[in-house]
Design a protein around this ligand. Structure first.
Ligand code: NAP
Length: 259
């Protein structure tokens, strides 16, 4: 039977890539779109003529889809995923910006509802590998800073990937502050701080999504860098999620945990 997919944020940059992916996947179809101000013009967004476009959660009927792909906004994502879980639709969430507490609540809800799903701060293989390598390097280099660079329209900072990288690094190194006596003469010039790991967020037109993790040690340095040059690069991870999450019994965080 064809598996049905609702795409939240179908009209956005990532949502359109997801529409294209599902349109090309045998055995899957886009069954609905959700976006607050989208006009009912499915063909404009590469959807079939008869596909319903909803502008609010209240309009969505039961059993509309098997999967919920979410590429929306930090403000919308928590309520969207809650709705998907309570309606037994498997969420595949690329939207970043949820707090740890919100993610933990959703994982708990998914267990109660026995619904599988995935929250992935990054669906790109290069970013997944960067996080893995950075976590390993942190055992040997406790002095580390992260620089993430994104397009100027990105709404949240730091990026979900940078924060996840910091969390993974923090698991593998003692809590440690590089340059503890520094004084900032320009506010926030040293960036954000996650357990002593500085995170710097760059927003510029022309960029898509990029991250560098810089480790320093006596007389040497190690830099790990990944670049996403095209949003299509995230779709390999979304495809894997579509093929796997309905076999899970809870919401999993991180693409690496379902590969
Ligand atoms: P975008 O182009 O701004 O798209 C967001 C879309 O969501 C817009 O079309 C917006 O509609 C729609 N939207 C806003 N509120 C909504 C709601 N309540 N319900 C449904 N749709 C809603 O942004 P993007 O570049 O596609 O990125 C979307 C998200 O994905 C961001 O959080 C970004 O950080 C994340 N992202 C994740 C990955 C990953 O690998 N996990 C990769 C890239 C990006 P309007 O335009 O009409 O407001």
């Amino acid at each position: 039977m064809t598996k049905k997919v609702l795409i939240a944020g179908f009209n956005g940059a990532m949502g359109q890539k997801a529409v294209n992916l599902v349109n090309q996947m045998a055995g899957y179809e886009v069954a609905a779109g959700l976006s607050p101000v989208a006009k009912n013009e499915p063909e404009k967004y590469h959807l079939a003529k008869n596909i319903p476009i909803f502008t609010s959660l209240e309009q969505i009927p039961d059993r509309v889809a098997d999967f919920w792909i979410d590429f929306t906004t930090p403000k919308a994502v928590y309520e969207n995923v809650k709705f998907a879980l309570t309606h037994h639709i498997c969420p595949i969430v690329g939207t970043t910006g949820m707090s740890d507490a919100q993610e933990a609540e959703l994982v708990e809800l998914s267990k109660q509802e026995k619904v599988g799903g995935l929250i992935a701060p990054n669906f790109g293989m290069s970013a997944v590998l960067l996080m893995k390598f950075a976590q390993e390097a942190a055992k040997y280099f406790p002095d580390v800073e992260i620089i993430e660079m994104h397009h100027a329209d990105k709404k949240d900072a730091p990026s979900g990937t940078a924060l996840s990288t910091a969390k993974l690094i923090a698991q593998n190194r003692p809590n440690h502050q590089t340059a503890p006596d520094e004084i900032e003469t320009l506010k926030n010039v040293r960036g954000g701080d996650y357990q002593g790991i500085k995170i710097h967020s760059v927003r510029l037109p022309g960029y898509i999504a990029h991250e560098q993790v810089l480790f320093g040690g006596p007389g040497e340095a190690l830099t790990i860098r990944q670049d996403s040059f095209d949003r299509g690069s995230f779709m390999g991870g979304v495809k894997v999620a579509l093929e796997k999450v309905d076999q899970l019994h809870e919401l999993v965080i991180g693409l690496e945990n379902i590969l």
